[in-house]
Design a protein around this ligand. Structure first.
Ligand code: SAM
Length: 289
């Protein structure tokens, strides 16, 4: 239970480009707390000076978060209110802060969100893809083998998929997506959201890959990728049946042969079934028939 004389930890979202997206409540909170834990004190220092805020800053990033957390929790317990910010957008969303928020909550400290910009929500909101159910995958692994494996695991997910990606890996990731998810899926690239060179383009994965490979696409800035979920496997029972079918076939034959049969039986995409069979054969021992 929160005690009266304890401080409050405010988790404060900051803009992802356009400074007008800083809410009055975020400004007030940053001005009123005793200390701001920031991912990069120079970066946040510039934001604060833009708004005329003089609150002291302390660096808390992925490399020192575990070490700084106990001291920050002590300050909160001693009655000082703190704010947590990252370089851009909502802290903890592919950003540091998880350790501190968890430790503060465990110590019974009140943790209050000051909501604001978040690149994944901004991209999703303009995607024109279903938003009632979606999955945020953060950054895909940078190594090709691990990336393809992760995409294979997602190949039959019917929810809209949202990824953060480095602009320098965008081409490779799109190319892997075409291979693993099929090139026909409707998708969207949101680049430099809220910034001067904001660019939002959509099309099939194959079309987006062509666009990124063309000279007209600027390999610069930050991007979010939104990809349609799998519509071939849409009803949940169908997914289960396919998993069951593959598991049963895998008890009797090697992966390749099981996939050939599964394609004949279901008429579904060979690549997707192959990836699913690979995942199943790694994850689960074959089912007894
Ligand atoms: N915490 C942030 C948020 O709330 O969105 C995300 C931080 S994460 C380290 C940085 C990634 O977010 C970038 O690589 C990019 O994928 C995405 N991102 C952040 N700002 C963006 C912007 N203005 N336009 C497009 N993507 C952005």
């Amino acid at each position: 239970m929160t005690k009266m004389n304890q401080g409050i930890l405010y988790v404060v979202a900051t803009p992802i480009g356009n400074l007008d997206d800083m809410s009055p409540r975020a400004r007030r909170t940053l001005a009123e707390v005793a200390l701001i834990a920031a991912e990069d004190t120079r970066h946040t220092g510039m934001l604060l000076s833009h708004f005329g805020i003089r609150t002291p800053l302390i660096a808390m990033h992925e490399h020192n978060e575990a070490q700084k957390t106990p001291m920050l929790v002590e300050k909160l317990l001693a009655g000082f209110s703190l704010a947590l910010v990252s370089d851009a957008g909502t802290p903890l969303i592919s950003d540091p802060g998880f350790n501190l928020v968890r430790a503060a909550r465990a110590a019974g400290i009140r943790v209050i969100p000051i909501p604001g910009a978040c690149a994944l929500i901004a991209a999703l909101s303009v995607s024109g893809l279903p938003t009632d159910r979606f999955v945020f995958e953060g950054f895909l692994p940078s190594k090709a083998v691990a990336r393809r494996k992760r995409l294979a695991e997602l190949a039959t997910d019917t929810r809209t998929l949202v990824f953060y990606e480095s602009i320098h890996r965008l081409k490779e990731s799109l190319s892997d997506m075409v291979q693993m998810l099929g090139g026909e899926r409707h998708s969207l690239i949101a680049r430099e959201i809220t910034k001067l060179h904001e660019e939002i383009c959509d099309g099939t994965l194959t079309q987006l890959l062509d666009q990124v490979e063309s000279d007209s696409f600027a390999i610069q800035g930050e991007v979010v990728l939104v990809v349609a979920g799998d519509t071939q496997f849409s009803p949940a029972e169908t997914t289960l049946d396919i998993e069951r079918l593959l598991k049963i076939l895998l008890t009797a034959m090697p992966v390749k042969q099981a996939v050939v049969l599964a394609v004949k039986i279901t008429g579904l995409n060979k690549n997707q079934l192959y990836q699913k069979a690979l995942v199943l054969s790694e994850k689960n021992p074959p089912e007894e028939v």
